[in-house]
Design a protein around this ligand. Structure first.
Ligand SMILES: [Zn+2]
Ligand SMILES: [Zn+2]
Length: 355
């Protein structure tokens, strides 16, 4: 290999990136939430558990294709000043009055979006619209899980202001992939939520309170590890990717003392609680009446088309979870995020080598 090619290879070494919990975590969280449901809901959800699981990642797939999608996944609460987590008006209308809609959208709307979806899913249950129930339930699971991630509650979402770039995917994807098989996901039965808007904020608050350790421990460990011990190169989908070394992950994960597990469990429980609450508020409709629901061939073709469109269209929005800097090579970010297929990116890589 020519020296020039080696540089090219180094330049294009792809780092696994994710947006929200990694795909693996989102799917697992949605799937496990199904088992929190009461006997009246369980058969319908179990019957469609594959859909709920596989479509847990739709919002992330839309993220770079649909205008206005990105802010629903996070809230940079620290942008609003000290103790903003406690001071921010909890309801959308009051928050808009205080900060303006543009500002809220600029810094993320996760807890308000979850609350909005609560009404939509309740309505779908009322209508007994199986297709809508499933699509909304899967989406809602995604946004709830995102709101439980510490790095989804800060302007410094990828450590870009504290010289810790890459920490986003490190915490929510790398650690989950390495250790979540050891977690105990028993969360018990879903409970009715009296105030869903405040519940959505409770998740953000708990996630935000965990943020300090997320950043502080990584910083401390980085001082103790040589760079070549901190990172390693892994094979992913037939490609070499730069990622955090197992040794670094292990010490960090131990320092976090069950934090990732707690945030995952909180996500699962909260999703079950929201699904259940929507069903109760819809008047506890008899879901056995839609038990034999199946997506039609046309529905399936339409969903496939939709996914393809999401993958093709790329709009400018902030990248997240990259090991690179925030603004460098924006298009490469979009194309090499862990959520788009590696194949497309691999092709780009091959083309670079052919030049
Ligand atoms: Zn994320
Ligand atoms: Zn997300």
């Amino acid at each position: 290999m020519k020296v020039k090619n080696i540089y090219l290879l180094l330049f294009f070494l792809i780092q696994i990136q994710t947006f929200g919990w990694g795909f693996f975590a989102h799917k697992r969280i949605n799937r496990l939430a199904v088992f929190t449901l009461p006997a009246e809901m369980l058969p319908f959800f179990k019957q469609n558990i594959l859909f709920i699981t596989e479509n847990a990642i739709n919002p992330d797939q839309r993220r770079y294709a649909v205008d206005g999608e990105a802010p629903k996944h996070y809230i940079d609460i620290d942008i609003y000043g000290d103790s903003a987590i406690y001071k921010m008006p909890k309801f959308w209308k009051s928050a808009v009055e205080k900060y303006s809609e543009d500002t809220l959208i600029a810094y993320g709307t996760n807890p308000w979006h979850v609350y909005k979806m609560k009404f939509e899913l309740t309505e779908a249950f009322k209508q007994m619209d199986a297709k809508r129930i499933l699509r909304l339930a899967a989406d809602m699971g995604h946004y709830i899980a995102d709101g439980n991630v510490p790095l989804h509650t800060t302007h410094n979402y990828n450590g870009q202001y504290t010289n810790q770039v890459g920490i986003h995917g490190f915490w929510e994807t790398r650690l989950v992939e390495l250790y979540s098989d050891e977690y105990d996901f028993f969360v018990g039965k879903a409970d009715y939520i009296k105030n869903p808007q405040l519940k959505a904020w409770e998740a953000i608050t708990n996630a935000h309170l965990a943020l300090d350790s997320v950043l502080k421990f990584e910083k401390k460990l980085t001082q103790e590890f040589d760079v070549d011990k901190k990172y390693t190169f892994d094979e992913r989908g037939g490609m070499t990717v730069k990622t955090y070394s197992k040794a670094f992950c292990k010490v960090y994960h131990t320092m976090l003392d069950g934090q990732v597990e707690r945030r995952m469990i909180a996500s699962i429980k909260m999703i079950g609680d929201f699904w259940y609450t929507c069903w109760v508020d819809a008047g506890q409709p008899d879901l056995s009446l839609i038990l034999d629901f199946k997506f039609s061939k046309e529905d399936e073709a339409e969903m496939k088309r939709e996914t393809e469109q999401w993958q093709q269209k790329q709009i400018e929005t902030r990248p997240e979870g990259s090991l690179k800097g925030e603004h460098d090579n924006h298009h490469a970010h979009q194309n090499c995020c862990g959520h788009h297929d590696f194949f497309t990116y691999k092709l780009q890589l091959v083309k670079q080598f052919e030049k």
